[in-house]
Design a protein around this ligand. Structure first.
Ligand code: ZN
Length: 222
C-alpha cells in the first residue's frame, strides 16, 4: 500500500492545492511583516537604551562598565565582586602573572579582597600595618585605572570627532571600536607602558613582539 497522499502526482500541478498555498501565503504575509517590524523595534529600543557615558565609562544600565583597559567591552560580573577589565584583557594580565607564579599583575578586582588586599584584625599589629599599606595601594591603583580609562575614552572619542559628546549609544561605539584579542593586547601593553613600567624589570619577555599574546592564547584555550 502506497503512503504517497498524492498518488504519484506532483502537488504543484494541482490547482486546488496551489490555490490553498497562495491563500495561506497571503494570510501569513502581513503577520510575518508585523513580526519583522516588531523585532526591528525591539532591537532599536535595546540599541538606544544601552548608552555609555564617555566621561565615566558607565552604561545606562548602571551596573555595567567599560573595561578600564580596552574600553571596547563591558566588564565581567555584577555587584561589588566584579572585575574592572573585560574577559580578554583579564586573560592578558593573568598570562603575564602566571609566568611569575602569580594570579594577577595589576589589581583588576573591584573589591579589595579580589586583589588580595584586606586587613585581618586578629593578626599581629605589624602584619596589620603591612596589610593596611596593601589596602591603600589597592585604592590608589583603582584611581589610576579609572583615570586611565577616562583618558583612553577621551582619546578614542576625539579620534572620531565625538569629543563634545557626553553619551553615545553602545551600538554606535562597538561599530567603530569592536573588541578583539589584538586590541586587548595593544591596550594592555599600552597600560603597562604608561602606568606600570616596573613590570618590564620582572618580565623582560614583554618586550618581545607577540610573546604575551602567545601566553594569553594558551590560557584562553586551556
Ligand atoms: Zn578589555
Amino acid at each position: 500500500m502506497s503512503h504517497d497522499p498524492w498518488n504519484g502526482h506532483n502537488p504543484e500541478d494541482d490547482p486546488i492545492f496551489l490555490e490553498k498555498v497562495t491563500k495561506y501565503r497571503a494570510e501569513q504575509k502581513p503577520l510575518e511583516e508585523a513580526e519583522e517590524l516588531r523585532m526591528r523595534e525591539v532591537w532599536r529600543a535595546q540599541y538606544l537604551a544601552h548608552t555609555i557615558n564617555l566621561s565615566t565609562g558607565e552604561s545606562t544600565d548602571k551596573d555595567e562598565y567599560l573595561c578600564v583597559i580596552c574600553c571596547r567591552s563591558f566588564t565581567q560580573g555584577r555587584g561589588k565582586f566584579k572585575w574592572i577589565a573585560c574577559k580578554t584583557c583579564l586573560a592578558f594580565d593573568r598570562a603575564a602573572a602566571c609566568v611569575l607564579g602569580s594570579k594577577q599583575l595589576i589589581p583588576l578586582g573591584l573589591h579589595s579582597i579580589m586583589n588580595g588586599a584586606f586587613i585581618d584584625t586578629s593578626a599581629n599589629p605589624t602584619l596589620q600595618l603591612t596589610q593596611k599599606d596593601r589596602l591603600l595601594a589597592h585604592v590608589s591603583n583603582y584611581g589610576i585605572l579609572i583615570n586611565h580609562r577616562s583618558a583612553v575614552l577621551k582619546e578614542m572619542a576625539e579620534e572620531i570627532g565625538w569629543a563634545d559628546r557626553e553619551t553615545v549609544p553602545w551600538g554606535d561605539w562597538v561599530n567603530i571600536f569592536p573588541a578583539s584579542f589584538a586590541h586587548s593586547e595593544e591596550a594592555y601593553l599600552d597600560l603597562i607602558d604608561e602606568k606600570y613600567d616596573w613590570v618590564y624589570s620582572v618580565l623582560p619577555q614583554l618586550e618581545k613582539h607577540g610573546w604575551l599574546a602567545k601566553q594569553a592564547r594558551k590560557l584562553v584555550a586551556a
